[in-house]
Design a protein around this ligand. Structure first.
Ligand code: DOR
Length: 310
């Protein structure tokens, strides 16, 4: 049976699987369930300076081909996740802390706190939340993104990463990659966050299906797999010194395989984890191993990033 082992920033991991930020990771009991699952790493819900209730419900809807959400960053506030990080067993598996401050100052306060506690937690800066009314996604404002990264990279001297929104144009892939490549200890890039501001309509009700923002919300699941794979591969090609984390549309072992082939080192699971729960990691690991065995692969590094083109 194939070896699913991989390495992330020189640390060996049992497999490439983890949760996507936001799913099953808001409360300590949920994070504990991920720690006890077959996921090889964990990321916390994106945190803000102070606790947030998030947007009014209904704010998540499962769909035949995925999900739409406009949660609005409900979270316990960054001190809660720092406390969780202080008690986490890092020998068991790595813990990422996702940070989504509502301003540059908020981000810098949280990043400085994470720096000062000196834990092995890994910082993932979320540049791509589409769901806070009145707040644009930093990942779509290239100047603001560069300024934020310059400040974070100065304040925080350890390896860190960014969670990007999906891009749909080669000019944008080029510009963003050029910005990210300027920051040496920006070590990993997570592609993608949800495809923002989609509108799902219930024909019978002639209505939106979620309440916030007149029904506009981020798409996840099957809808977004091709966009996720494109972004993973686009940044894999343009940022050869950085590690890519794939996120988007992963529901089967075959989807994990495709993210790895496109160049991902770790693969995150969002919508499918929300629907199936932490037991999904065991299924995905089994399905990936079965597909690798069928293809004659013994290890992931025999095919990672080796997507063929025509
Ligand atoms: O789809 C998302 N929903 N992406 C985020 O970054 C935040 C989350 C939310 O809380 O709305």
């Amino acid at each position: 049976t194939p070896d699913l082992g991989t390495e992330f920033l020189e640390r060996p991991l049992a497999n490439p699987l983890m949760n996507a930020a936001g799913v099953w990771c808001t409360l300590a009991a949920q994070l504990d369930a991920l720690a006890d699952s077959e996921a090889a790493a964990i990321v916390t819900k994106s945190c803000t300076l102070v606790r947030r209730d998030g947007n009014p419900e209904p704010r998540y809807r499962a769909l035949p081909l995925g999900s739409i959400n406009s949660m609005g960053l409900p979270n316990e506030g960054y001190l809660y996740y720092l406390d969780y990080a202080a008690h986490h067993d890092y020998d068991h598996k790595p813990l990422f802390v996702s940070v989504s401050g509502l301003s540059l100052d908020d981000n810098l306060t949280i990043v400085a706190a994470l720096r000062d506690v000196v834990l092995p937690a890994l910082l993932e800066i979320n540049l791509s939340c589409p769901n806070v009314p009145g707040k644009a996604q930093p990942g779509y404002d290239f100047e603001a993104m560069d300024e934020l990264l310059a400040e974070v990279a100065t304040a925080y001297r350890r390896p860190f990463g960014v969670k990007l929104p999906p891009y749909f144009d080669f000019a944008h892939f080029d510009t963003v990659a050029q910005i990210l490549n300027r920051y040496e200890h920006l070590a990993f890039i997570t592609c993608i966050n949800s495809v923002g501001n989609a509108l799902i309509i219930d024909t019978g009700q002639e209505s939106a299906v979620i309440r916030p923002k007149d029904g506009f919300g981020g798409l996840g699941g099957d809808y977004v797999l091709p966009t996720a794979l494109a972004n993973v591969n686009a940044f894999h090609r343009r940022c050869p010194t950085k590690t890519i984390i794939g996120c988007g549309g992963v529901r089967t072992g075959e989807h994990v395989f495709q993210h790895l082939l496109a160049g991902a080192t770790l693969v995150q699971v969002g919508t499918a984890l929300y629907e199936e729960g932490p037991g999904i990691f065991q299924r995905l690991a089994r399905e990936l191993a079965e597909l690798m065995a069928h293809k004659g692969y013994r290890r992931i590094d025999e095919f990672r990033g080796r997507l063929k083109t025509l």
